[in-house]
Design a protein around this ligand. Structure first.
Ligand code: EPU
Length: 448
């Protein structure tokens, strides 16, 4: 993808105010796929206004669904689902496009889906998904870069997932809802996004039990109906804002959050010297004293989420002393070289990054290598002296809803800039005073 926009930040401002967190990106794309299983209209509320949702809408439209987006509400009508193959160009743009395989297999008994794309986080195979489809009785072939799956009717069975994979758990849950008999997923992922998808499927008439534990039981039904469902808040967006407060200092209240999705994150923030208070649906982060170093290990939920590894590396780069982040899910160290351009002292050692924090950070031109790497660079820029230009704003738009608007509203000096041939010259403007709470007018009916 050609990178044509940058986010430009001027470091040094503490953050102050309130931010409304959007709906969870990874739940939203799964919910849209789930909605296509129904022979009726599903209304999804609290949808994030990011580009992954946009791409998923286009894919579903191409397959024959009717998708209408209005503000944070997306309607998906699955009645017209006919086509069996999403367009290559769209499927390659996001990992969640592969959920279409489970949907089409369940509903039409056949699918031809290009191997998915998504953020470059090392090798991201789909072998667990394919093994699961085989166990459900599908014939699975890989032809010309496409996965072709076929089954007269899927038949439920017990499936052991080799590793608690979020994508595999969701894809197999989608397929199994319309299978004949009972499917039991063992070693299922326990992420809140899996639970959210199961709740939606339940509202559509599916019989799913155990989501949120590592054994999920799905009793197949013949047909699913449309439903109405509100997507859970995005715990990764929330964690990114919390890390930002840690880096910049100040006090920010997050609204529309589920604090119990963030236990590991809250624990690590407290160790790092950030005060956290929380209640039902809100969370306040405050930092007045110095940051402290801490170690963390990424692991499946309820462990520390891999998607917050890069933002927390930025945070710990500002904490005097040595911190170590051990990454156990993905190969995601591409951000390290870019963070070094700002003066951070990080070194990759095997599957860990050793951070010697407390060095003075100074603004520079850097490039987002993926969505969360981009967030880490924006955060580090907010704490750096001078101006930082983060190229590749489009990558941030995949999973952060108007990041610069929300940060500006809590006092960050930040703006978006179209392709900048030379380095940043004009410092970003002063911030507005209210964040993310207003609805952002987007209305579209997608056309094939
Ligand atoms: N894996 C396999 N084979 C498979 C599937 C997964 O080897 O068939 C491996 C992966 O390579 C990885 C591990 O299993 O090492 C776990 O991967 P998982 O399947 O859980 O990840 P995913 O479903 O591809 C989702 C999120 C990611 C998030 C991970 C982990 C979506 C669309 N993506 O990916 O989100 O990092 O779970 O929590 O839900 C992001 O939002 O920036 C992002 C990358």
């Amino acid at each position: 993808m050609a990178l044509s926009a940058s986010i430009v930040v001027q470091g040094g401002n503490p953050l102050q105010g309130a931010v409304a967190i959007g709906g969870a990106k990874n739940s939203a794309v799964a919910a849209m796929a789930a909605a296509a299983l129904a022979e009726g209209e599903t209304v999804l509320e609290n949808m994030p206004e990011d580009t992954d949702v946009e791409v998923m809408a286009r894919i579903l439209t191409h397959l024959g669904c009717r998708v209408v987006r209005h503000h944070r509400r997306v309607r998906v009508d699955g009645r017209g689902l006919r086509a069996r193959r999403p367009p290559d160009e769209l499927a390659r743009r996001l990992r969640a496009s592969f959920y279409i395989t489970g949907v089409l297999l369940g509903r039409l008994g056949e699918a031809e889906v290009p191997l998915p794309g998504g953020c470059p986080l090392g090798s991201r195979p789909v072998d667990f998904h394919l093994e699961g489809f085989r166990r459900l009785g599908a014939q699975v072939d890989l032809i010309h870069g496409c996965v072709r799956v076929r089954a007269r009717r899927l038949v439920g069975t017990e499936i052991y997932i080799n590793r608690a994979s979020v994508g595999t758990t969701i894809n197999l849950m989608l397929a199994a809802t319309l299978a004949h008999g009972t499917t039991v997923l063992v070693n299922a992922a326990r992420e809140p996004e899996v639970v959210d998808t199961a709740v939606l499927l339940g509202a559509m008439g599916a019989r799913v039990q155990g989501a949120g534990t590592d054994v999920i039981r799905i009793d197949g039904v013949r047909k699913l109906e449309g439903a109405r469902h509100a997507i859970i808040p995005d715990r990764i967006e929330a964690g990114t804002f919390l890390a930002a407060v840690g880096l910049c200092g100040g006090e920010v209240r997050l609204l529309n959050v589920v604090p119990c999705h963030l236990h590991a994150v809250i624990a690590k923030l407290r160790e790092a010297g950030v005060e956290i208070e929380w209640g039902d649906g809100w969370l306040v982060a405050r930092r007045r004293g110095p940051l402290r170093p801490t170690d963390l290990v990424t692991s499946p939920f309820p462990g520390f989420p891999t998607d917050l590894h890069p933002p927390f590396a930025a945070l710990l780069a500002a904490a005097p002393g040595v911190s170590v982040i051990r990454e156990t899910i993905f190969d995601r160290f591409q951000y390290v070289d870019e963070l070094r351009r700002l003066g951070a002292d990080l070194k990759v050692e095997g599957e860990a990054v050793v951070i010697r924090g407390g060095r003075r950070l100074t603004g520079a031109v850097v490039e987002a290598t993926d969505l969360r790497a981009g967030a880490a660079l924006v955060l580090a820029g907010l704490a750096a002296a001078g101006v930082t230009e983060v190229r590749g704003a489009e990558l941030l738009d995949r999973g952060y809803e108007h990041l610069e608007r929300k940060l500006a509203a809590v006092g960050a000096r930040i703006r978006r800039q179209k392709a900048a041939p030379a380095g940043p010259e004009t410092p970003p403007p002063k911030a507005r005073s209210q964040a993310g709470a207003g609805s952002l007018a987007v209305a579209s009916t997608y056309k094939k």
